[in-house]
Design a protein around this ligand. Structure first.
Ligand code: 6PG
Length: 234
């Protein structure tokens, strides 16, 4: 399903309700909510809205485990850290227990060991898995043509992005094997330069295998301004 929104805020508002709705459903059926947060900048407003709108849902948050789709290999207080962004916008405002915040310790030097340890604790059942879309069609840090893209066994690996990657290029990322642990993937798309990637995901057969194309049948919440060129070409 693809839903287009007139702006970033309306997309983020619906994303916030969708995420918490998934959490309430998981909590009522299995007493736990395993949420995988996306990195990048797009999800920040949705996280802030969740905190504003549902910050007092202590029953839900006390049963919530938070994971990440990927992390840059920086310290957790680095401005590039996906953990820092989520902590500032959401986790510092809701009652998720510290021991249930499963940060990827990507600052540690042995990136393969970090990926292996995180994979070992990553749950078999994920209730909501958030992702973004990069201009080259990557999602999480599964860059097209990287070792992560063809990894269908280990749920997390260490990877180095191409030179165009937002620094640092060294990442720990979920893989297609890890993505398959979620019944649905929720893509949040906003920001500059997403038209070509979006077109590749949904229309182009000739383009090299783009990871996000794996997720055509997922839930896409799209700020139409970020794919305006694509929409005007239809
Ligand atoms: C990361 C993300 C990455 C991101 C996309 C979109 O760590 O950078 O996991 O996949 O979601 O590159 O980034 P923006 O939301 O900043 O446009």
């Amino acid at each position: 399903m693809v839903r287009f929104f007139p702006d970033y805020r309306s997309m983020s508002s619906v994303a916030a309700d969708l995420i918490v709705g998934a959490g309430k459903g998981a909590f009522s059926t299995r007493g736990r909510f395993d949420l995988v947060l996306s990195g990048g900048s797009t999800p920040r407003l949705a996280y802030e809205i969740i905190a504003e709108r549902y910050g007092d849902a202590d029953d839900l948050w006390s049963a919530t485990h938070v994971w990440w789709s990927d992390e840059r290999c920086v310290l957790p207080d680095d401005e590039a850290s996906n953990y820092r962004m989520a902590s500032e916008s959401l986790l510092s405002k809701v009652a998720v227990a510290d021991e249930n915040v499963h940060r990827i310790p990507a600052e540690e030097p042995d990136h393969d060991a970090v990926a292996s340890r995180y994979a070992a604790e990553f749950p078999d059942t994920i209730d909501a898995l958030l992702l973004g879309l990069g201009p080259d069609g990557h999602t999480a840090s599964i860059f097209p043509g990287s070792n992560a893209e063809s990894e269908f066994w280990a749920p997390f690996v260490a990877v180095e992005g191409p030179p165009s990657t937002t620094q640092p290029r060294q990442r720990i990322t979920i893989t297609p094997a890890g993505l398959m642990r979620a019944p649905d993937l929720i893509f949040l798309v906003s920001g500059e330069g997403k038209s070509d990637a979006f077109r590749s995901v949904f229309l182009s057969e000739a383009a090299p295998f783009l990871t996000a194309r794996m997720a055509r049948g997922s839930t896409w919440l799209v700020d139409r301004n970020s794919v305006a060129e694509f929409l005007s070409s239809l």
